[in-house]
Design a protein around this ligand. Sequence first.
Ligand code: KIV
Length: 295
Amino acid sequence: MSLSGCAEDRCALPLTHFPLVESLFCRNGSEAMTRAKVTSETIRAMKARGERIPALTAYDFPMARLLDEAEIPLILVGDSLGMVVLGYPDTTHVTMAEMEHHVRAVARAKPRALLGADLPYQSYETADAALANARRLVAAGTDVIKAEGGRDILEQVRAIIAAGIPFLGHLGMLPQRVLLEGGYHVKGKSEPEHQALLADAEALANAGAFAIVLELVTPPVARELTQRIPIPTIGIGSGRDCDGQILVTSDLLGMLPWYNLKHVKPKLNAAEQMRTVIAEWKLGVERPKVEGTKH
Ligand code: KIV
């Protein structure tokens, strides 16, 4: 294989179909030879080895670089993009074009992490639509596709997997159904919900999903699901017993002081620190220049 397309540590060759080869040959130093690209199989195997799976969201190049340098194995361009970056009231406004734009930005970081992307609202109504839109997001640079639902989207899931695109499930509270359900409600409290979650999780695992995000599922049901299915569960607001945890990075960093979330306590008050720095800089600019002093 010719490596002539590798400019320093960034590949010029369109090697996106060979991510392992790319990561081995196109990064600098010995690190490049030891840190292979994370695949959906890597994530699946982490459950078998009893390894916890940390996952975070990114919507742009610098955050993707930071998360990848922190060795987060799974980075998701979630459709939370709509609320976190684009200022929409919920995720039902996010379009395919917006997802593609942000997947491209994140993919330019060439993460070693497995890169996932959400199919946005109403972009997977049929198996044909799901596959066509999944292919668009893969062309934009994602490695795997996530969509919300269980038995109700099995045809779509099967079409995506049959095309060779790894699929990440999403069960529990489904943000794309916020208008239908009139809010964000914890799932698994009633026996019918409990049974539906079990059946959906088993159906997704049988269809070939490599992992399932569990959002706002009661911790006992999340634990039971985690024990019952062979693929990893990645929880958000679903207790500590999932195989992994995922958060919206902006929530973890305290970048959105306008929202009060129950499931995450920010580990940094980034918004407050940014306000302080901006205010200090503004004062510095506004301070009248004293004649004779150097700047
Ligand atoms: O859209 C998103 O960011 C997500 C994660 C929070 C799981 O679906």
